[in-house]
Ligand binder design. Sequence first.
Ligand code: ADP
Ligand code: MG
Length: 230
Amino acid sequence: MLVIKDLNKSYDTGKSKLHVLKGIDLSIDEGEFVSIMGSSGSGKSTLLNIIGILDEKDDGIYNLDGFPIEDLTEIKAAEYRSKFLGFIFQSFNLIGYKNALENVALPLYYQNVPRKERNIRAMEYLEKVGLAQWATHLPNELSGGQKQRVAIARALVTDPKVILADEPTGALDSQTTYEIMKLLQEINNSGKTIIVVTHENDVAAQTKRNVILKDGIIESDSFINQKVLV
Ligand code: ADP
Ligand code: MG
């Protein structure tokens, strides 16, 4: 699904260059559930943003579902993001003046899906995350866990190949974290590839493979005994 070879990324910080990713090799197959850990500043978000075509590598190889992610125009990058990727963020990133259904339907608007079909599909995904009865509520009328469920429905509505989640439980209490991770496990069990950045050991233990970044390299990468949530 995803092949990364000898990937480097530096940031130009004015007077010096900050070499954040130093020759990353990472291949992820369809259906995997991968957690990426590492201390603050170790490059987790940078790596996830490159995988998500939100940021560009300096060099190395990145292929997504067989497509080389290389020198893309902004239009092509947006097309690939829309076709291949779903995003979940710590801060939910919902649109405050749109209700839950409208937030979930928005990615379909950018795919030019007709309004009626958009609403049907958005409702289907709100049902999947258990929020059908909250469809007409605005984000500020929802709890943190409910907001993240809306964001998960929004990430899934286009049926992307890969879900990318940067600290998806970072703003949630432990019970809500449990519920969100249980939902992500169900989504993964239905075949969806998920990559989640986290600093929580519990969250990592609930995935199927753990990658640890340190000083810009992959310090360890191992398949783990997934803690299945019931
Ligand atoms: P993590 O998500 O693991 O905390 P990041 O990938 O966000 O780490 O950041 C890695 C390093 O790169 C940090 O030192 C951070 O300050 C720096 N960094 C991140 N984004 C930028 C940027 N846009 N410009 C300059 N430096 C950046
Ligand atoms: Mg980060």
